[in-house]
Design a protein around this ligand. Structure first.
Ligand code: SF4
Length: 304
């Protein structure tokens, strides 16, 4: 027989997390708004970037493009320049395309239902639910790595380790079932902060955690370190990686004035010219650069 969600994440635990968040939540700038466009921007920015850095960039972004129509009308080169420092530049392109889709298909209003949100470029199940909960107050659980870890540890039934046998589908069901009806946005922020600041992957500070009284992981059903989920590091990529090279190639195009073309004839760091060329071509295929062959070699610039 399925366990009732209240038995895994009781109402008193939810209240404790909300009270903790009221006292200790991170005062990130984008939490002051429920404007759907501004929330969408913040969620895409914070996906793979440290929240504090994303919040700084978000303030400048919203000042420059305060509405979805403003962003949709901006040249993609400006959008890519404004994304500098946030990494994973495909997100910038996706956000720009999402803004254009919202204008052309939704009359300039960010849709509030999850299937329509998920059809927007760059918006997956997590982002769709985060926007639905934060901007529209819908009681849906936004399950990213942090939330999956926190809820998995809290609910970890059966002593089978911290992931506790929850398949993605059942974790989504649990996350949906425990959202407080009247506090979906605050709950979403609060679970994020518990995961980011207390229930960290390798060193959860259970003694400081509002969930400790109810948490099965804290009660001793701890998985061995080998079952801890591997976190992808969020630090800057190493100079030997393809991601690092892509960032440098784009940085050169960003720094060019007036859409002038940049040449890439030389090695960049430890990457040989052939690898640089391949990176330029890959970025062009993805729409992050325009590239052209000239008698002097390959050149590229930000898209117009
Ligand atoms: S009590 Fe410990 S394991 Fe449980 S949610 Fe809090 S920090 Fe994570």
């Amino acid at each position: 027989m399925p366990v009732h969600p209240d038995a895994l994440v009781p109402p008193a635990l939810r209240e404790a997390i909300l009270a903790w968040f009221a006292a200790h939540g991170r005062p990130l700038a984008f939490r002051a708004t429920d404007d759907p466009y501004a929330v969408l921007v913040s969620e895409l920015m914070a996906q793979q970037t440290q929240a504090e850095r994303a919040a700084e960039a978000w303030v400048a972004w919203i000042a420059r493009w305060p509405t979805v129509g403003d962003l949709a009308a901006a040249p993609v080169s400006d959008v890519l320049r404004a994304w500098a420092g946030l990494g994973y530049n495909r997100r910038a392109l996706a956000l720009h395309r999402a803004a254009q889709a919202i204008v052309s298909q939704h009359g300039g209003q960010v849709p509030g239902d999850i299937p329509a949100l998920e059809r927007l470029p760059g918006v997956g199940p997590y982002t769709a639910r985060a926007v639905a909960a934060i901007a529209f107050g819908r009681p849906v659980g936004a399950v990213d790595t942090n939330v999956r870890r926190v809820l998995g540890r809290i609910a970890g039934a059966g002593g089978v380790g911290i992931m506790s046998g929850f398949a993605l589908g059942s974790m989504q069901s649990l996350a949906d079932a425990v959202v407080p009806e009247d506090a979906a946005a605050t709950w979403t922020h609060a679970l994020m902060d518990v995961g980011a600041t207390i229930c960290t992957p390798r060193s959860p500070r259970c003694g400081d955690c509002p969930a400790v009284l109810w948490c099965r992981f804290a009660a001793g059903e701890r998985g061995e370190p080998s079952v801890l989920p591997k976190q992808r590091p969020r630090s800057a990529p190493f100079p030997s990686t393809r991601r690092w090279l892509r960032g440098r190639v784009l940085d050169r195009a960003r720094s060019a004035q007036d859409a002038s073309w940049c040449a890439y004839p030389d090695a960049i760091g430890s990457h040989e010219p052939a690898a640089v060329r391949e990176a330029v071509l890959a970025l062009a295929r993805e729409g992050l650069l325009e590239a052209r062959e000239t008698p002097d070699g390959l050149e590229a610039r930000l898209p117009g």
